[in-house]
Design a protein around this ligand. Sequence first.
Ligand code: SF4
Ligand code: SF4
Length: 258
Amino acid sequence: MPGYSLIRPFGFFYAIILILVLTYLWYSGRWKQKAGILLLLVSAALGFFIFAPVAPHQFQELVVRDVSALGVSLMVAAIGLTVIIILTLVSGRFFCGYFCPVGALQELASLVPVKKFQPRQKHTFMAVHAVVFLIFLILAFVFSSALLDYFGIRDFFGLALTTGSLVFLAMLLVSVFFYRPFCRLVCPYGVLLALAGSASFLALQRTGACIECGNCERACLVDEAKRDDRKAECYLCGRCTDACPVSGALKFGRRKQA
Ligand code: SF4
Ligand code: SF4
């Protein structure tokens, strides 16, 4: 699509600038979770209007070296995706939490007020995700095949009715009951961001004001609210801070050594 390629980088600028803004707002304690819904709606809309920053797909296009689909050079795409990884190393997974259109739609689906399936086998999910990542790489490098095409991301955001877009829609329906299935089990770029998130310089952590009531742990849908959790799967959703009864018991700041 001509024009598509020229406008797509704006999706990445939008994400990068607002990751910095959110980092500042969370760090200074000025963040209001209600504003997150607006960001999620804007991010999801950008997926439909300019197909950016749909990072899982653009990461795949980079890996399979599909320059025509990327709309920018491989170097520019590599720089954009690397900048997001660096920002995740600084402040955690704000990109996944609020700016990736695939993540935004799953987050919006998770806001439907029904009881969630909340399994605690975080490490099993991570292991499955690692295997899927390996399959993604083998398919890309050995068979020149693109795993994400089976999940219909491009078709869905292009409003094309295909088997793939129905798979994506089904995945969104699952997201109502099970938090972010695509991010936690499939997304190849998410594997890299989880690694970066687990080592981020800033993170949401408990302070000495915590009374160990456990509300944050019960509220967290990814089992990342315990004291020593690395936050690899923390999407900065704010469920734990909303559930916490003590002001100042959870703070976004410099990560303490575990
Ligand atoms: S894990 Fe992947 S799909 Fe999910 S928000 Fe992050 S980049 Fe997007
Ligand atoms: S509930 Fe808290 S720890 Fe769990 S994902 Fe959301 S922000 Fe992160």
